[in-house]
Design a protein around this ligand. Structure first.
Ligand SMILES: [Zn+2]
Length: 258
């Protein structure tokens, strides 16, 4: 069991607003591949070559085959103990939210309710003409380049492609959550892809206690108040356990009516 500083436990035990910011590392622990290099049939493409609007306009069939493959792979992976610990945190703290750069929907599948998805969600799709949503079941059943059931327009995955803006409302929520956090957890993210990477330091500048959880140090590590080295699936359940023990001990020390 990892050791946590008294300062971290005290800080989190008193925290009213806590935000978790997650990246590819927590997904990798569930076995979500990076779709870079080693993925058989698709290894000759880099994600940058397929996940952009130019590629989609040029060859929508190819880009859709790649997404159909990714959707099937991701549907088969499961949330890990790190995701589950964040669900418990949502129950533990008065205000808690997850900001994620991941598109795999694992936070929601684990049971997290307040989730800001900065890069979209691979379980969703929408019509490029009229905006009508389409489910994965519909698009995978159609195969090829799926068409909108209402207007016949081309349907695309609801993910943010290279060169596209982040969804404005999700970004605004994420910024507000960062600015109002008492504790901000940066988990499994290399903290280099802007603008998302600015959120941990934005939180710190607004007074949050900044905690990084990662197997290896990152450019953020020197700026964090605490660096908890290890996989999210080990660190976060242990941290939750320590917080629950602290709360139970405080409750015992101050029984109702004391
Ligand atoms: Zn449509």
């Amino acid at each position: 069991m990892p050791d946590f500083s008294d300062r971290l436990i005290a800080c989190m035990a008193q925290a009213n607003r806590v935000t978790a910011f997650t990246g590819a590392g927590i997904s990798a622990e569930s076995g979500v591949p990076t779709f870079r290099g080693t993925d058989g049939l698709w290894s000759k493409f880099r994600p940058e070559e397929l996940a952009n609007m130019d590629a989609f306009m040029r060859n929508p069939q190819l880009v859709w085959e790649w997404y159909a493959h990714r959707k099937r792979v991701i549907a088969d992976v499961q949330p890990n103990p790190g995701h589950i610990a964040l669900v418990r945190m949502e129950e533990f703290f008065t205000h808690f939210g997850v900001i994620t750069q991941n598109i795999d929907n694992l936070h929601r599948r684990a049971g997290s309710r307040t989730v800001y998805e900065l890069h979209g969600n691979i379980e969703r799709n929408y019509c490029m003409e009229c905006g009508k949503p389409a489910t994965n079941e519909e698009v995978l059943r159609q195969g090829g380049v799926p068409r909108c059931g209402s207007c016949g327009g081309v349907v695309r995955p609801d993910v943010v492609w290279f060169g596209e803006m982040l969804p404005e409302d999700e970004w605004d929520h994420a910024v507000r959550a960062a600015e109002s956090s008492d504790v901000f957890l940066s988990i499994g993210t290399s903290a280099v892809v802007y603008p998302a990477a600015s959120l941990p330091l934005l939180a710190k500048d607004h007074g949050a206690y900044l905690v990084e959880v990662n197997p290896e140090p990152t450019p953020l590590t020197d700026r964090a108040d605490e660096f908890l080295q290890g996989p999210a699936g080990v660190i976060l359940p242990a941290l939750m356990h320590a917080l629950e023990e602290t709360r139970a001990a405080d409750g015992a020390a101050h029984p109702p009516g004391d």
